[in-house]
Design a protein around this ligand. Structure first.
Ligand code: ADP
Ligand code: MG
Length: 401
């Protein structure tokens, strides 16, 4: 754990954002030596959507945009939280840490939830300032919430000599997001930003946490992330609704003996799903069960270097999210379906919870330029929105830098 040498670019950024002079940040670029610097990436899920809370398989990679965190001790018993992407900030006495989510605490709820959790488990937290500087778009399905949670947990466990067990950090942060923030997400996002490996996809069983790093080698192809710039306003309620519908499917399948106690929705057979009487619940279950099968096929395709099959599975995943799980919406369908039909694209799908956010596409390297031109033009014409497209690679998870 070495203090970093130079944080002036980061501090300049903060000062530019908050304005100089009128606010006492309690630091100056001269104390650079007492800061510790960490980084957490964002993630995209290659395939396996809305599967994590149904106990199945997902396959995310960590991506280069992420959040840098600077930690600095304070001499009092206060915690200061700052972010270059938000004007709101918090200075809270350790003895006054909130027990619950508070709307007034704005984005600080995410780190505060983690700090509260650690303090309740007797991590001997003293006063500190934590500064976040992000290149990760927020609310775009690239898991900035999981990133800021995992980064906070990692930093505090490192700084206070706790055991740094990455899968455990993921579980803890998922609990914070479920219980403190109130989003009933599964384990994938937190697990991905904590555990992913450079040049590998993470095949993760969300029930057992068993995982395998599968080489993600694209040769003549590249993975493009396409930010729809459509804000995901429905996401919190939609997540909770889909979770409830999935639970209902499990209940119905159990009552017929098609699932045993302790089994998850992904364990049902397609035949049992086809027998569900309620049409809406049947479609929800069909997405979950078929998507889990697609992840298994996709993992095999990657192991064999069969990118054409991998791409076809991505496209099939989008169709299932659109027709059966109904979490895509006009903009995401426009983006993914347009992409799928452009020359050089092997497959495309929305990634993340849905109703906006990002899509991903597997595109031949020498076709990227025309692909990008055609897609942005058609998307803008249909929706009035300017999408952002960039090539990404699989990166390492949270780390000290
Ligand atoms: P996603 O996880 O898809 O990016 P969420 O709605 O789950 O979207 O989480 C986004 C929220 O996480 C933001 O509105 C903000 O409250 C918090 N957040 C994420 N990154 C940062 C950051 N760098 N600084 C402050 N808050 C952040
Ligand atoms: Mg999130």
């Amino acid at each position: 754990m070495n203090p970093i040498e130079d944080v002036s670019d980061f501090l300049d950024n903060l000062i530019r954002f908050f304005g100089d002079g009128d606010i006492d940040f309690g630091f100056s670029p001269n104390d650079a030596g007492s800061y510790y610097q960490y980084f957490v990436p964002g993630r995209v899920n290659l395939i396996g959507e809305h599967i994590d809370y149904n106990g199945g398989l997902v396959m995310p990679i960590a991506i280069a945009p992420g959040i840098r965190g600077l930690y600095k001790e304070r001499s009092d018993d206060y915690i200061g939280l700052y972010s270059t992407t938000h004007k709101a900030r918090a200075i809270i006495a350790i003895s006054d840490l909130p027990l619950h989510y508070g709307a007034d605490n704005d984005w600080c709820n995410y780190p505060l939830g983690v700090i509260r959790y650690l303090k309740d488990r007797r991590v001997p937290i003293k006063g500190f300032d934590l500064f976040f500087d992000s290149t990760l778009p927020e609310g775009s399905g690239l898991s900035s919430s999981a990133a800021i949670e995992v980064l906070t947990a990692y930093i505090l466990l490192k700084e206070y000599g706790g055991q740094v067990d990455l899968p455990q950090i993921a579980v803890m942060c998922q609990r914070v997001e479920n219980e403190f923030i109130g989003v009933k997400c599964g384990i994938m996002d937190q697990f991905a930003v904590a555990n992913c490996k450079k040049d590998h996809a993470l095949l993760l069983n969300c029930n057992t946490f068993e995982h395998e790093h599968i080489p993600f080698e694209l040769d003549d192809y590249a993975l493009l992330v396409i930010n729809s710039k459509k804000p995901r306003s429905l996401i919190k309620s939609a997540y909770n609704d889909r979770k409830a519908e999935s639970d209902e499917a499990v209940k119905q399948l159990r009552s017929k003996g098609a699932l045993r106690e302790g089994q998850y929705l992904v364990d049902a057979s397609m035949e049992a799903v086809a027998d569900i009487g309620d049409e809406l619940i049947r479609r929800r279950a069909r997405h979950v069960v078929s998507e889990n099968l697609r992840v298994k096929h996709a993992a095999n395709a990657l192991r064999m270097g069969d990118l054409h099959t991998f791409g076809r599975l991505m496209t099939a995943s989008h169709t299932s999210m659109k027709d059966d799980y109904e979490v895509t919406g006009l903009e995401m369908d426009m983006l993914a379906e347009t992409a799928q039909n452009i020359d050089g694209c092997l497959g495309a799908r929305m990634t993340g919870g849905g109703f906006g956010g990002c899509a991903i596409a597997l595109v031949r390297k020498n076709a990227i330029q025309p692909f990008t031109d055609i897609l942005s033009r058609r998307y803008e014409k249909a929706t009035g929105l300017l999408c952002e497209i960039y090539v990404t690679q699989a990166c390492d998870g949270v780390r000290e830098i």
